[in-house]
Design a protein. Sequence first.
Length: 559
Amino acid sequence: MSQIQEAIGRARAVLVFGQGAGAHAVVTKVVARLAPKRFRNRLTFSGSVRFDRSAARHMTRVLLPLVNGILKRLGLRPRSFDIALIPIDAVGAIGLRTQVSGHSADTAAFRAMLSAATRLPLRQDVVTTGKIDSMAGEIGLVEGISAKLAAAAADRRVREFFLPQPETDRSLATFSPREFNRIAAAMAAAKENLLVTEVADVAALLAATTTPGACALAALKSGYYDRRAESEDSDDPIDRAAHFLCDDHNQRFQSALRAHTVTGRMRQAKRVLATFATYHVEHGKYPRLLGSDLQSLVAGVPSPIRRRPSFFPLLPLELCARLGELATEGDIADYQILRDIVSGMNTASSGNGADAGGRTTEEPNGIEALVQAVFAEISAENLARRIGLSIDTARAAYSLHTVILVSADDVNDCVASFYVYLLCRDGRSLSPAQLEAAKDDAQALLDRAFADEGSADAAIAEARYGTRGGMRFVLDVLTERFKNEAQADHVACVLREALNPFHLAARTAFMEALLRRVRPQLPEELREEPPGRFIRRLDALAQAYVRSLDRFAEVARSL
């Protein structure tokens, strides 16, 4: 799940309720909504859990002018907000008061207000704490850090905790050495489950808790995409915060669009592109070289992704036409490129290569371009980067208590545990039924991995006597087999998706062109097979191709 949500105006905070031994820290959210215009330069507060009078006054006198100071530098008008804390069930359950005092929520309230005012999507996998001392935007330490770190570390939704730099002059004057030692110990303990990051002011906080794509979207939606702010070298955190929000808009847009497109997240990609186009329509100007930029971007997208039915059109055709109305004489050629690329015309991935009579019209150059894209996707380098690296990294991190196991049951249990570990290496979780099925799958994988040595019996013997490293060797062999099969599955999937839109003649032409590229890597007995046979045997072709790459790597390592 993406960690950037369009829930504008929501920021996680961690608050402490109670005092002393009865203190209890809870992760919650501060929600900021734009208030009606009649509430000029004001904060209102709502919800069942509220800030006390002192905290509310501080937010009104410090946080609101700070946010509006940044908005002014962006060319936006000052805003008023309604602030609320999402009700905390745990608070009512343990009988604690539902009024919040202190300044622990300052940073979260600041982020939520700025998010609501600029329509800036915020990361929802972070929590922040700290007092914003003044309208200069510096962040100071608050009490209860130890309890807050523990609460954040226990919350699976939280990946990163932001707090002020402890060893500042004002913090040293406020907290005792004993309290600093307690904070240091809590930070060390939390870092086992949590990334802990120190920030000095609101500019650093913004830079650390947003993404470039989110900043580009905010600039487009709020209308300051063409705005340029003060220098990033300013001593004023407010100037630097505004500069960060205004920096490299076009580069951020291009990077976000490319990241979504090349990974097949077309819903997000189309939303970003439509927002960009809408901004330019509303401002009455054609986006310079958009067609050429999109043409280059689409050419770099893996062929299986480009051939999905959901890929085109990249923009609503009506919105594309409205851009065309804005094109000047110098933009006409670029708009023609834009119109074609948005609809999927004149690309290797558009349509199924059939004319109005159903005949295949795919040009040889188009086939070769498609083969080139597919070959890049299934290259040894790409397979290693996308699949092999994570598996090899997981194996390197897996430690064994002992490399010698006495019984077959112990070996099978160790293999099953390691197999589940590989399946879950990227954070995936398995249901009870999947865990049960994994035991049989692990045994089958072990049989395939040691098929050349007489199946799993050879692995059990190695684990018992350790002639080649015992269980360490067994898991190494198992890992290689697991990796090869995962890569073969990916290759087969890429080929299947690439062939899917073609008619038979185009499929044969595609396979013939592909085989010309991969024939040197194939076993000799497969090199003279007719292309039509491989169309029906993609899995076998993929397995042979991956095994050949693996053998080539072994030879290269031995040289």
